[in-house]
Design a protein around this ligand. Sequence first.
Ligand code: SF4
Length: 688
Amino acid sequence: AAMRETRTEKTKTVCTFCGVGCSFEVWTKDRKILKIEPVSEAPVNAISTCVKGKFGWDFVNSEERLTQPLIRRGDEFVEASWEEALDLVAEKLGTVRKEHGKDGVGFISSSKITNEENYVMQKLARQVFETNHVDNCSRYCQSPATDGLFRTVGMGGDAGTIKDIAKAGLVIIVGANPAEGHPVLATRVKRAHKLHGQKLIVADLRKNEMAERSDIFIRPKQGTDQVWLMAVTKYMIDQGWHDTAFIQENVNFFSDFQEVLTKYTLDYAFEQTGIKKETLIEIAEMIRDADGTCILWGMGVTQNTGGSDTSAAISNLLLATGNYRRPGAGAYPLRGHNNVQGACDMGSLPGWLPGYQHVSDDDARQKFERAYGVEIDNKPGMDSVEMIRAADKGIMKAMYIVGEDMALVDSNANHVDQVLSNLDFLVVQDIFFSRTAQYADVILPAVPSLEKDGTFTNTERRVQRLYKALPNLGNTRQDWWIVQEIANRLGANWNYSHPSDIFDEMASLSPLFSQANYEVLKDWNSFFWGSHDGSSTPLLYVDGFNFPDKKARFAMSDWIEPVEFPTEFDLHINNGRLLEHFHEGNLTNKSAGIQSKVPEIFVELSPELAEERGVLTGSIVRLISPYGALKVPAIVTDRVQGNELFLPLNSVLKESAINFLTGPATDERTNTPAFKQTKVRMELLQKE
Ligand code: SF4
């Protein structure tokens, strides 16, 4: 008999390769991806995509996908049934909880899984294990930005939409490289700059593509952005260029703030940052003259010991100049992962319940206590960094890690390796056998976005639905289903049959989402959280800032100097994204089209340094920090300057992954590792 012909299906999905949140139709036949077709209905990108969104999807059919639960037997993993694996996970985690109490088990949720899956992860931690020890990888990137915004304006999201950025008279990008990290967002800035006279200022250690296009490009010394931001703010206030009316009406603590600024003169800024007075004055004039300023920032700011305070300094500058509450102005932290915003919104954070209701807020907490039928601690739990520290001390005994390659993406990876390998019990839920998985006792095979229904929330707070485009591969399961099975084995009585059930429960407990549901989000529609009545709001703070008196607050914080290294570590090593690859590379290095373009990681060094050390493009160098060493090929380029190195962060190999160099220092307020504050010495291993 003739084989039944399968039809070509077209399914709407949302890209998972960055926080811009492009959506498109994926054309499939069975499990084959025929093409990615961007369509004009897509609200963020219309007919654009970048190389990752267009060509990055082969990994879903990779031979290396996990397809069956695995259980450790000695040094080996053996295949198991779902019953067997889930029973074991429930029994072991339950026993650790009983024997070691609330601090015994930690939960890492994922910025790649859906909102609904993040919601159930935090619910598993809070309801079934009665602990707030749940976190996600925003700890490694954007928590400081969120903290700086919470302190100043009261909400941790982009002030407006991506489209609004094009309306700004001036865009300032600090410590970010959107041309590679957020490509479709960057094209909006490029277009506005080229065609509509928008001005562009870039502050970065590396002359990236946006820097090359900018009107002013500054290279402040590593870890000093806060100083020049405060100096520009002070200078503008001294000149009377601040927005007095806006401040009077909208912002508290102006006089205290002026006091904090006293020391941040242009001379002091020059001393600390190396940026000339005239340049800072030019920046101040540009902000004065612009009809609306947006400031975009990324991990060059946040992954520093002063990451939160620098983020607050950005928001302070915007408040002082009246650059909030209108399209084309405001703060734009650039979220990296497709759903890092959503993971936080859903309460996969130690201090926040879903919808940004803090565990210390009695009314909010009691509402969840009633809904979950348990008591919830009124103090934040451990964050990812604290969990690793607690495990190191033998306090935390077991972890359940979903979709996060902690052994690669946390700083000081050699140390993390050791801690994870000493856990009594580790569950890893992923789509690939990640570096972290090698330490697991049970590995649970989940599915990537193309095999899921659910929602993601992009950098501009836009919630969008994705529809299942492919049947599950092998014996894999949806993340929410796996979490529910574990919860129910431990006595919960969850009954979700579709992600929409989970979304509805979340929305019923979270005022910010009260008017959102799957109907509202149908097809190409979307919803922006941020309004107190739970309606969709593209622009934040239209009805006032998120404090009881509706007024924003200047945050007071002095700059702290970056971490010191012994003088033998004479080169600063920066890290960041490459256009083609996604984060640590676990996905894109399994996509043939991408891998063929950038098969190997390299370190960039300046022509001056190359000449001094006798290094050529293609030479192999060894980089040694106090915490580890790498061996990588060199590329000589004037994108970097002086004793400044740049290593892309997209490597899964121990020989070239940046975190085998990074150390234990963190941002004081959020514990985000100071990935960017790393110094090394270099040895030339092979000249040609
Ligand atoms: Fe995907 Fe980001 Fe590229 Fe859009 S810009 S296609 S969301 S990686």
